[in-house]
Design a protein around this ligand. Structure first.
Ligand code: SF4
Length: 331
């Protein structure tokens, strides 16, 4: 893996809710290298978006707080900075795009002005320069007829085009890291592929790192080089994406991959994982996946598995499962 740009170590986040304290992240460790794309995978509620919020200083306040661990970005310890300083850093060196661009774009401003605004405010560019840069960015992300369209409002664009505009905004200050949280979930399959290709091309052109968060394992295989799979606030598996996809070392990853729609004769078919992710107010004892795991044994109900490298397997691959070797040998 390239040198770490973002390094998260044993991160623990707590939310105070009406029903009590919950810990949606419980000891997550991961790294994103300079210029690499890391896929952060898992079902809804696994802790992916909370990880992004913790990095960006965007945990809901006052309910959410980091109660353990560290987040380091380049040479700065983010967990030691006040949230407003983290957000200032994030505005420049870390860009973010979300699932729903409409909630991030201001409906009453023209998109060209929205892309140009941070260039004026943060970089001090004059209006003419900022507008020229905004036009360039919108052109690069594939907005057609951009001289004309940059004067339009967000509602005048399709969902895929709005996501492209969000990407242009996130890139405007030249971030070293882009966090993309479910960037294609609301889009149809063709547009999903176009956005993923765009992210891959931009990452290569700019040598930018990307933390790509998604529940959809089908969309990232050709874009990311490594993957971290989260389940119930902990790392279930990590490794090079090809190893994780071709030889899953954790039954949860195996289940996620089996649930990707397969185009077969007669249409799409999928095999969902039995059951549902656990309620964070009452995570099961032992391995948190055991109520859904087809391979669970007695030990799994009592003992929380640690992340470890399977004996004699790919050097970068690790899984939190007592029976990883058996899982791999079946694959
Ligand atoms: Fe399944 Fe047991 Fe492995 Fe957990 S530790 S994933 S329950 S086999």
């Amino acid at each position: 893996m390239p040198d770490a740009l973002l390094s998260i170590e044993d991160l623990q986040v707590e939310f105070s809710t009406r029903d009590g304290l919950v810990r949606p992240l419980d000891g997550v460790t991961l790294e994103v290298g300079h210029g690499e794309t890391l896929a952060l995978l898992g079902e809804s509620g696994s802790g992916k978006s909370v990880t992004a919020q913790a990095v960006m200083g965007l945990l809901p306040q006052p309910a959410g707080k980091i109660v353990g661990g560290r987040i380091r970005f380049d040479d700065q310890e983010l967990t030691a900075l006040p949230p407003q300083q983290v957000r200032a850093l994030c505005g420049t060196r870390i860009g973010m795009i979300f699932q729903d661009p409409l909630s991030s774009l201001n409906p009453v401003f023209r998109v060209g002005d929205q892309v140009a605004e941070p260039l004026r405010r943060r970089l001090g560019l004059r209006r003419r320069e900022a507008n020229a840069r905004a036009l360039e960015l919108l052109h690069r992300v594939g907005i057609p007829d951009v001289e004309h369209r940059m004067h339009h409002y967000p509602h005048q664009f399709s969902g895929g085009q709005r996501q492209r505009i969000m990407i242009a905004m996130a890139l405007s200050l030249g971030p070293d890291l882009l966090i993309a949280d479910e960037p294609t979930t609301a889009l149809d399959v063709t547009v999903q592929a176009q956005i993923m290709n765009l992210l891959r091309d931009l990452q290569q052109e700019r040598d930018m790192a990307i933390l790509l968060i998604t529940h959809d394992l089908g969309v990232v295989a050709d874009v990311a080089s490594r993957a971290v799979v989260l389940y119930a606030g902990r790392v279930a598996e990590q490794g090079r994406i090809r190893d994780v996809y071709d030889h899953s070392a954790h039954p949860y990853t195996e289940g996620l991959l089996a649930s990707i729609p397969q185009q077969e004769e007669g249409g799409a078919r999928l095999t969902p994982i039995a059951g549902a992710p656990p309620n964070p107010l009452a995570f099961p004892q032992g391995c948190r996946f055991h109520p859904r795991c087809p391979y669970a044994q007695e030990r799994c109900r009592d003992e929380l598995p640690e992340l470890r490298r399977p004996v004699g397997w790919a050097p970068d691959q690790a899984a939190s499962c007592h029976f990883t070797e058996e899982v791999l040998s079946r694959g």
